[in-house]
Unconditional design. Structure first.
Ligand code: SF4
Ligand code: SF4
Length: 420
């Protein structure tokens, strides 16, 4: 079977014919803002995986790159497998552009669905591996371990580090299930127990159908399907679907973002439902913040697009990290994304203010121009800041909230001054 994978800019082998939802659950994480407070991790854990048999399960986790991973080394182990079926490398041709069917050029290597030379047994559909029990032990192993030049113990760097690339670096990578357009978990399940909801593209495991063969655990390259020993079935992130459906008691009838998004202290996360064309590409929706960040500003990129699952999680890459590492992780759009993020225009600055001003899902925005408040230079470039206001709208077109570029300053009254 052949499907069009727009992340790869080409047709791709997949075991099932394409079936696209009307709207797709998607999210953007801005890595530059993450502080690894793990509020997202605990919000998810305390909602969905606090029971016996789920102790090792972290549907949402934040790991420290480059050494950390949950399960341990999940990405490097999958990249090694892909390396073996791509002796000429995981290469891209063409250049990033405005074509929504191939915004980052064309991926010329094989994906995990096209790796037939390594598949065992021959009937297997997806290239993958099953992590050992020990590898699932820690959601953020090697926390804060940097790579690069080490100083003398007890001494600090004399000069510090400067952009564009730091020699000593690490960053936090927040992860949940990507509710992929072409899920590897679904492709590999011999029971057909995994399905993608037609209304929002959320990928679920039917607990009554699952027999715990763990084919999904083996196949998911992001390792976001997990096996539960005491029930003998697999479980995964359910995208907090009662909240997406507006059935959460906190806000009846209004679509709320997931628990991990809502809890985010660093304001790195925004989640929404994007409209799809009949061919699975994103329909033009100019005033949708996720459409704007991915297709207009082009600052948000998919995680490991070369795996081939067309993940629906997008990341604004960290500015200080060596570019080859980022290109391997987020594909050929990295340089353009960082150039734009470091030199934001009025609209990008305004859309970045929308992150976490509300837990209600945003379906559109509008900018009201405000006065000039700053003029100066930043890293040799002239910048001008305007105090624009950005207004967010819900599914029914009603205003959700409005917020400005300049953050308001509140002065405590003497009666409530700190007493310490
Ligand atoms: S991230 Fe993994 S578990 Fe989630 S939909 Fe994609 S393949 Fe399935
Ligand atoms: S809550 Fe936000 S800032 Fe904190 S670790 Fe999670 S993603 Fe990062």
């Amino acid at each position: 079977m052949t499907v069009h994978n727009w992340h790869l800019g080409r047709e791709m082998a997949y075991p099932y014919p394409p079936a696209y939802p009307e709207r797709q659950f998607a999210f953007v994480f801005n890595i530059n803002r993450c502080i690894a407070c793990q509020s997202c991790t605990m919000a998810c854990k305390s909602t969905w995986t606090f029971s016996k048999g789920q102790e090792h399960m972290w549907w949402a986790n934040v790991e420290t790159k480059p050494y950390g991973g949950y399960p341990m080394f999940w990405d490097t182990r999958t990249l090694e497998l892909l390396d073996r079926v791509n002796p000429d490398g995981m290469t891209w041709t063409g250049t990033p552009g405005d074509d929504r069917r191939r915004p980052w050029g064309r991926y010329e290597g094989r994906t995990i669905f096209e790796a037939d030379r390594l598949l065992t047994p021959d009937s297997a559909r997806v290239l993958g591996y099953l992590p050992t029990d020990e590898e699932w032990n820690s959601p953020n192993i090697y926390e804060d371990n940097p790579v690069g030049t080490r100083g003398i113990p007890g001494e600090y760097h004399k000069t510090g580090e400067t952009l564009p690339e730091h020699k000593t670096w690490f960053f936090y990578l927040a992860r949940i299930c990507n509710h992929c357009q072409y899920p590897a978990c679904l492709a590999a399940c011999p029971r057909k127990a995994i399905y993608k909801r037609p209304e929002d593209g959320i990928v679920l495991i039917d607990q009554a159908e699952c027999r715990g063969y763990r084919k999904c655990v083996e196949a998911c390259p992001y390792k976001k399907s997990m096996y539960r020993g005491n029930t003998r079935v697999s479980e995964k992130c359910i995208a907090c679907y009662p909240r997406i459906e507006g059935k959460d008691p906190e806000s009846p009838g209004v679509a709320l973002e997931t628990r991990c998004m809502s809890a985010c202290i660093g304001q790195i996360r925004m989640q929404g439902l994007v409209k799809l064309e009949r061919d699975g590409t994103w329909a033009e929706d100019r005033q949708h913040p996720l459409y704007y960040l991915v297709h207009v500003a082009k600052v948000a990129l998919p995680l490991y697009p070369q795996f081939g699952t067309e993940p629906n999680g997008y990341y604004i890459p960290p500015r200080w990290v060596p570019r080859p590492y980022l290109r391997q992780m987020f594909g050929p759009g990295v340089d353009q994304a960082l150039e734009r993020y470091e030199n934001p225009d009025r609209e990008l600055l305004a859309v970045l203010q929308l992150f976490r001003r509300s837990n209600r899902m945003i379906f559109g925005y509008r900018i009201i121009e405000g006065p000039k408040t700053y003029e100066g230079t930043l890293r040799g470039r002239k910048i001008t800041i305007y105090n624009d206001t950005v207004v967010a709208y819900g599914r029914d077109g009603a205003e959700l909230f409005r917020t400005a570029i300049d953050e308001p300053i509140h002065v405590r009254s003497r009666a409530h001054a700190n007493s310490i």
